[in-house]
Design a protein around this ligand. Structure first.
Ligand SMILES: *[C@@H]1O[C@H](CO)[C@@H](O)[C@H](O)[C@H]1NC(C)=O
Ligand SMILES: *[C@@H]1O[C@H](CO)[C@@H](O)[C@H](O)[C@H]1NC(C)=O
Ligand SMILES: *[C@@H]1O[C@H](CO)[C@@H](O)[C@H](O)[C@H]1NC(C)=O
Ligand SMILES: *[C@@H]1O[C@H](CO)[C@@H](O)[C@H](O)[C@H]1NC(C)=O
Ligand SMILES: *[C@@H]1O[C@H](CO)[C@@H](O)[C@H](O)[C@H]1NC(C)=O
Ligand SMILES: *[C@@H]1O[C@H](CO)[C@@H](O)[C@H](O)[C@H]1NC(C)=O
Ligand SMILES: *[C@@H]1O[C@H](CO)[C@@H](O)[C@H](O)[C@H]1NC(C)=O
Ligand SMILES: *[C@@H]1O[C@H](CO)[C@@H](O)[C@H](O)[C@H]1NC(C)=O
Length: 402
């Protein structure tokens, strides 16, 4: 239901995207280079051109480090006509339409095993690189920043390892970054959130350390951190994210502390999912200000107190999950979400008149501990009994393998 902006990444849109993306890029570049124009006009080579020659070198080098290709996608990677290779998309160079260049590579779902060689740096005209659901391993080549027009990088669901590939941070025009379902580890660099990205998918890796405090500096509309071992809490500086963020998925990221009221400043939010964490304290009533919110998942945390009625009357809300918490009261209409046509799950809380709730003993024990949100600022977590942390996660589309 909630539109994960993944449709941007769908392979069948590749041609359309190329047409949409390229003119603007080249306009920029020609603008920058206006003072050096008119030089190479008579240098046109009609068919094979130097750029395709470079691409040929790159693709042959790549083919040499591919060890398994069960669908034979690269078996036609032979000879000089690189634009006829499976998965390779060329477009004419707007500057000079007699020249073709390799602008896209799409080997999604190829199940190919191999490496990415340094020679990929020769593909300087590449705008899209889609390699999802393969078995590429190792690290990303250090020559990647040579791809100065790269707009979308999707290397999700492969076997890349090592620290966050900081080489990505040097890609000047990157907008979509999808590195989920790999084996990257260690901290997420703060520089990632200073980059001018539209979408950041880093879920299902082995990233550790805290959510960077400059998260809100990002211009992304979709950020998915789910299923990593981050820690700490959502910083109040999240408020700075207000002008861009539409989908924030922090499922199962080991975050703790209270949810800052500043989350209510993210007025464009459509999806907020902080489920399967150790968040304590009240549900911020400021969430009631999120007029575009469609999906709210607070499930599997340690929220206590009431569900503010303002949230239950949000105009766009269609799905509200707050099961497996210690909520003790549903204000007003929140007690009857069926009447509002909202899908909900309020099980395993401390709601006196509702079925499938926690035992009185469990609830009393939880309510003996006081939560002070100013003491629970980022980093300090309260230790509660975590008897419910073994429950199974219901996967969301963007957190399942692509
Ligand atoms: C476009 O062509 C001009 C000369 O015809 C050249 O100077 C300029 O660098 C070219 N732009 C790009 C992006 O190659
Ligand atoms: C790929 O090529 C090999 C050898 O030519 C062949 O045995 C195999 O059936 C091909 N696989 C597919 C999926 O076409
Ligand atoms: C490449 O594809 C084009 C268009 O399908 C075709 O005309 C051309 O002969 C092909 N070239 C080679 C070398 O296969
Ligand atoms: C980077 O691209 C240029 C062409 O623009 C090429 O000459 C150079 O060899 C490339 N560098 C690497 C490391 O691939
Ligand atoms: C949470 O993520 C960890 C890896 O960081 C994983 O092992 C675990 O199964 C996930 N938990 C749920 C409920 O999905
Ligand atoms: C509602 O949201 C929950 C948790 O995000 C999800 O498991 C469930 O499938 C959603 N229900 C519908 C009808 O979309
Ligand atoms: C919930 O609202 C519906 C329709 O507004 C009503 O029929 C139903 O009795 C209410 N349920 C409870 C438990 O109040
Ligand atoms: C919460 O903690 C802060 C900082 O330690 C303290 O100043 C404040 O008095 C505490 N509030 C309550 C209600 O205990």
């Amino acid at each position: 239901m909630a539109s994960y902006s993944l449709s941007f990444l769908l392979p069948h849109l590749i041609i359309l995207l190329l047409l949409l993306i390229f003119p603007s890029f080249f306009n920029d570049i020609t603008a920058q280079n206006r003072h050096t124009t008119t030089i190479h006009h008579h240098h046109r080579i009609p068919h094979k051109n130097n750029r395709l020659q470079q691409a040929y070198i790159a693709l042959q080098a790549w083919k040499r480090v591919i060890y398994s290709d069960p669908f034979n996608l690269t078996s036609d990677w032979k000879g000089p006509s690189v634009c006829n290779y499976t998965g390779i998309y060329c477009t004419s160079y707007p500057n000079d339409t007699s020249i073709e260049v390799v602008a896209g590579i799409d080997l999604n779902h190829g199940d190919i095993a191999g490496f990415l060689p340094d020679e990929l740096g020769l593909l300087t005209d590449l705008a899209l690189l889609h390699l999802n659901s393969n078995r590429f391993c190792g690290i990303l080549p250090q020559t990647l920043p040579n791809l100065t027009l790269l707009f979308e990088l999707d290397i999700s669901n492969n076997r890349f390892v090592g620290p966050f590939p900081t080489v990505i941070l040097s890609l000047p025009t990157l907008k979509f970054l999808d590195i989920r379902f790999n084996e990257f580890e260690g901290p997420l660099p703060t520089e990632l959130f200073n980059k001018n990205l539209d979408a950041i998918f880093v879920n299902n890796n082995r990233f550790t350390s805290v959510i960077p405090s400059n998260l809100g500096t990002s211009t992304a509309s979709v950020v998915v951190f789910a299923n990593n071992r981050l820690k700490g809490c959502l910083p109040p500086s999240i408020a700075n994210f207000a002008n861009s963020i539409e989908e924030l998925l922090l499922i199962n990221t080991s975050i703790s502390g209270c949810l800052p009221p500043e989350v209510g400043f993210l007025y464009k939010l459509k999806v907020l999912d902080v489920s399967f964490n150790q968040i304590v304290g009240p549900i911020p009533y400021t969430i009631a200000g999120l007029a575009h919110l469609e999906l709210l998942n607070l499930g599997h945390n340690m929220f206590s107190g009431i569900v503010p009625e303002g949230i239950c009357v949000l105009p766009s809300l269609t799905n509200f999950t707050f099961s497996n918490n210690f909520i003790c009261e549903e204000q007003g209409i929140c007690g009857n979400l069926t009447s509002k046509g909202i899908m909900f799950d309020d099980r395993r809380n401390c709601l006196p008149r509702k079925p499938f709730q926690r035992s009185k003993k469990e609830c009393d024990a939880a309510y003996k501990k006081t939560v002070n949100c100013s003491e629970n600022a980022c980093g300090n977590s309260v230790s509660y009994s975590d008897s419910f942390t073994n429950t199974k996660l219901i996967p969301l589309s963007s957190t399942s393998p692509p």
